[in-house]
Design a protein around this ligand. Structure first.
Ligand SMILES: Nc1ncnc2c1ncn2[C@@H]1O[C@H](COP(=O)(O)OP(=O)(O)OP(=O)(O)O)[C@@H](O)[C@H]1O
Length: 509
């Protein structure tokens, strides 16, 4: 879930900044409640400072509300039939009011108006219902006449300190450790845009690691989602190719734009045949992106763009008269969310590969058993010190820290075991695991995992998924290669032979 949604303010108090404006709005709401009709509210201000959130908070004060996006319906007729009617009649329940929320009245998408502001002016004149309008650009020409008929609330950017405090609060709620300096920089760079600040924080902390200045280096602090959403909205809402094409030219990875469009098709389109056609166009666009990648001939992008833009747009019979909240591309979000986890998993598996002489595949297969074994404090300590796991790597298998008492006890025992070993074999042996029971358990887990991997391979030999690191996958432990082929020596002897050949652990992997 996007943190901007999770932490969307629910009350006037929770909405940061704009104290004076909030008071004005509370008065406006109370007057309506007393039955005194008020001028429509026009909330104007830059993106991401809480206009939409404020409209939702106000909506809670009324029994019903409708949301519409003014830039979706550019034509005078459509606006009149969708908004005009509902706003000039009382609701079925008599006394209660129906709040009308109209976003983007400055029509930030597209260049032509085709009567949009004329319709809004007419609605304002005829409406007997409370109405809120939102706009980004106070100086937009389209607002010139509308402004004179409204109670204009100029919303200001959220103060850097408030942004910082809100970000810290989110970190605490999400259990994310943070460097106050990094929060300060993020708050300052966001320039009052709360949405951009929260999105950047979420993107930088997906893997639950401490939020530090270095995290910010990897993240583009520019929140481009607005641009993408504008494009997606135009594609899904318009059927005019001449409008769609210019809106597709944004400074974004076109495959990402395709993902966003694909994600939102079923949110907007309702008829199965339209959804089917739209996805067929997405599939074709994907094909051309693939060709461009394979041949490095990027003229294919043009075809891809035609399929995912006008192709998807024309898959619908007509535009829907509704407000659709667009969502981000799930696939990318999921990849982002698991990036940290995957890196951690790979780090551990590599350690297992080196220390236990197993393939990465076998190592991954051992993970579920490790989750169980690691519940035992002493075994968790033995294995993690043998594999030289860091704290965050241990945390992959157990939530609790290994108690200090146990660590102390085990360290003592391990040192003693090392001493005995050195005495006995006169070798400088480094070991983490020394107890028979732990060795046996690990050996069993390893054997089971190897068995499972072997089974899955023999099930479908031709379908073996190549490992992320094929070189490592082919790695063969040295002692195995140098093992005498026809050895008939008793087991004990073989073990000491391995040690003589330089194995650094008592544990016979
Ligand atoms: N004043 C604020 N106080 C607390 N959180 C805020 C505030 N403004 C924005 N946010 C956070 O940013 C998110 C986006 O805000 P919102 O959609 O209300 O912005 P907006 O001004 O309507 O932007 P746009 O004009 O682009 O639609 C919210 O869900 C919330 O998490």
């Amino acid at each position: 879930m996007l943190w901007t949604d999770k932490y969307r303010p629910q009350t006037f108090k929770e909405l940061l900044g704009n104290g004076k404006s909030k008071k004005q709005i509370e008065h406006w709401v109370n007057e309506w409640k007393k039955g005194n009709p008020q001028k429509p509210l026009l909330l104007v201000g830059p993106a991401g400072i809480g206009k939409t959130s404020l409209a939702y908070i106000i909506a809670k004060e009324f029994s019903e509300h409708i949301e519409l996006n003014a830039s979706d319906k550019r034509s005078y007729d459509i606006l009149m039939s969708t908004i005009g009617e509902s706003s000039s009649t009382h609701s079925l329940f008599g006394e209660s009011y129906k709040l009308l929320i109209l976003d983007e009245v400055d029509g930030i998408n597209g260049n032509d108006d085709r009567g949009g502001s004329r319709a809004i002016n007419k609605i304002i004149k005829e409406s007997k219902q409370p109405m809120i309008m939102m706009a980004n650009d106070f100086y937009s020409k389209r607002l010139t006449t509308i402004k004179t008929k409204c109670l204009v609330i100029k919303m200001t950017k959220v103060h850097t300190n408030s942004v910082g405090a809100a970000l810290k609060k989110i970190c605490r709620k999400e259990g994310i450790d943070f460097d106050p300096e990094a929060i300060k920089v993020l708050a300052k760079n966001s320039n009052g845009d709360m949405r951009a600040a929260i999105n950047t924080l979420q993107a930088a902390s997906e893997d639950g690691e401490k939020f530090e200045l270095s995290n910010l280096d990897n993240i583009s602090q520019k929140d481009n989602t607005n641009n993408i959403f504008d494009t997606v909205r135009t594609v899904l809402k318009s059927r005019t190719v001449n409008h769609i094409k210019p809106d597709m030219m944004i400074d974004e990875d076109p495959t990402l734009v395709m993902e966003y469009i694909a994600e939102n098709i079923p949110h907007e389109y309702e008829k199965p045949s339209e959804i089917k056609n739209a996805y067929e166009n997405i599939a074709k666009a994907d094909l051309y992106f693939g060709r461009a990648r394979a041949t490095r001939d990027y003229t294919y992008w043009r075809y891809a763009s035609d399929f995912m833009g006008p192709g998807v747009a024309l898959s619908k019979k007509e535009t829907y008269r509704k407000f659709t909240r667009l969502t981000g591309a799930q696939a990318f979000r999921l990849m982002g969310q698991t990036r940290g986890k995957r890196a951690l998993r790979d780090r551990i598996a590599e350690k297992m590969e080196n220390k236990m002489h197993v393939s990465l595949e076998v190592a991954y297969t051992m993970f579920p058993s490790f989750e169980i074994i690691f519940q035992n404090d002493e075994m968790a300590y033995e294995i993690s010190s043998f594999l030289e796991l860091e704290d965050d790597e241990i945390k992959r298998f157990r939530k609790r820290k290994i108690p200090k008492k146990v660590i102390k006890k085990m360290e003592k025992e391990i040192n003693e075991a090392k001493r005995l070993e050195r005495e006995e074999l006169n070798k400088n042996i480094k070991t983490g695991i020394y107890r028979e029971s732990t060795k046996k358990t690990l050996n069993k887990v390893k054997e089971n995992a190897e068995e499972k991997v072997k089974d899955s391979k023999s099930d479908d030999d031709s379908n073996v998924i190549s490992n992320e690191n094929p070189e490592k996958e082919n790695f063969k432990p040295e002692e195995k290669e140098s093992k005498p082929k026809k050895s008939k020596k008793p087991k004990k002897e073989k073990e000491s032979e391995k040690l003589d050949k330089g194995q650094t652990s008592l544990f016979s992997f």
